[in-house]
Ligand binder design. Structure first.
Ligand code: 13P
Ligand code: SF4
Length: 305
C-alpha cells in the first residue's frame, strides 16, 4: 500500500500533466482537503470551477456539486472520484415531482438549493446555496417563492423575508441527526462556547444558535470572533480547517452522528486512480444542461455574503 506522501506526490504530478485542478468540499476527509488546490463551500467551489483555466476538474465532493461544475464549464472534463458519492437530500425530489408541484402553483417561482439534480435545476427559476438563500429569495420578482428540496433552509429563509415561502419536505439526514438535547448538553458542558450551525439543521436547533451560516461562513465567523470556543452544528469534516486556521481556539462537536457517509467516500487512492484512468467523468445531457445553467447563472449574479 502506498503511503500518504507517495499518493500525494503522484496525484500532484498527474494534476500538472493533465492541466487539472483539485477541488474539495469542506466536509471531505482531512487528507483530501489538505491536498486540494481549493477547498470551500458549494457556492465557492462552483465559482472556482467556472473561473478556472484548468482543462480537468477533479471534484472531491458529492455528485450534485460535480454536476454543477459540468453545467457551468461544459468545455472542461469533470471527474468525481467516486460516482457513488451522492447526496440523499438531493435525491429526495425528482424532476417529475417538481414538475407536478409547479402545476399546482403555476405563477410561483422555484428556488432550487444547489443540493439538487441537474434535472430539478432545469425545472427551477433560480438556484441558491446556504450562503445566499435569503438574497436569492429576495432577488426573485414575486411575493411568493417555492423552495426545494430542504424544508429547513426554506423555513430558516422564511424568518427573514416578508415573502410567502413554501417548500418541498426534504431534509439532510446528517444535519437532522443533531438534536436540541445534544446542543443543550454541549452548552451545559461548555458554558462560554458560542454555538454556530448550518441552516440545514432543524428549526429547534437553529433556535439555539448564536450564528447560522454556510460552511465557509463558519471559517469566517470563527476567525473574526473574539470567543475562544465554539460548538459546531455541521458535518465533522469542517473541523480540519477550523482547527488548522485557529490553533488557539477550541471546536466542539456536539454529536458523533454529524457525519455524512457520502462525503467520506473519496480517498486519495480514488483521486489517483480516477485521474490516472481519466474515469468517473460527470456529464449532463445538453438540453438539461442549458436549462439548469440559466438557474445557476442567475444565482451567480446575486452577490454573496
Ligand atoms: P455548503 O453549501 O454550506 O458548503 O453546504 C453543502 C452541504 O452539502 C451541506 O450539507
Ligand atoms: Fe447532502 Fe447532507 Fe451530505 Fe450535505 S451533509 S452532502 S446535504 S447528505
Amino acid at each position: 500500500m502506498k503511503s500518504k506522501a507517495e499518493l500525494s506526490e503522484e496525484i500532484r504530478k498527474l494534476l500538472k500533466e493533465r492541466n487539472a485542478i483539485m477541488l474539495a468540499h469542506n466536509y471531505q476527509r482531512d487528507e483530501v482537503q489538505e491536498l486540494a488546490d481549493i477547498s470551500g463551500d458549494s457556492l465557492g467551489l462552483s465559482q472556482s470551477a467556472a473561473e478556472s483555466d484548468a482543462e480537468v476538474i477533479v471534484f472531491c465532493g458529492v455528485h450534485f456539486m460535480a454536476e454543477s461544475a459540468a453545467i457551468l464549464a461544459p468545455e472542461k472534463t469533470v471527474i468525481l472520484p467516486r460516482m457513488d458519492a451522492g447526496c440523499p437530500m438531493a435525491d429526495m425530489i425528482t424532476g417529475e415531482q417538481l414538475r407536478a408541484e409547479k402545476e399546482k402553483r403555476p405563477n410561483v417561482p422555484v428556488v432550487a438549493y444547489v443540493n439538487t439534480t441537474a434535472e430539478v435545476k432545469a425545472y427551477s427559476d433560480i438556484c441558491c446555496t446556504s450562503a445566499n438563500a435569503l438574497k436569492v429569495a429576495e432577488s426573485v420578482d414575486s411575493d411568493e417563492v417555492y423552495m426545494v428540496p430542504d424544508r429547513n433552509l426554506a423555513q430558516y429563509t422564511a424568518r427573514f423575508t416578508d415573502k410567502k415561502i413554501s417548500w418541498w419536505d426534504g431534509y439532510c439526514p446528517t444535519h437532522e441527526n443533531l438534536t436540541a438535547a445534544d446542543v443543550k448538553k454541549a452548552k451545559e458542558e461548555n458554558p462560554s462556547a458560542l454555538f454556530m450551525c448550518h441552516p440545514e439543521c432543524s428549526p429547534e436547533v437553529i433556535d439555539m444558535a448564536d450564528h447560522v451560516c454556510s460552511t465557509s461562513g463558519m471559517y469566517k465567523y470563527a476567525k473574526e470572533s473574539e470567543a475562544k470556543s465554539f460548538i459546531i452544528g455541521t458535518e465533522m469534516g469542517i473541523l480540519y480547517r477550523l482547527r488548522k486556521d485557529n490553533p488557539d481556539k477550541e471546536f466542539i462537536l456536539p454529536s458523533q452522528k454529524l457525519i455524512c457517509p457520502n462525503m467520506k467516500l473519496i480517498t486519495l487512492e480514488d483521486v489517483l486512480q480516477s485521474l490516472k484512468e481519466m474515469k468517473n467523468i460527470v456529464t449532463v445531457p445538453e438540453d438539461i444542461r442549458k436549462k439548469s445553467l440559466v438557474a445557476l447563472n442567475k444565482m451567480l449574479k446575486v452577490p454573496r455574503d
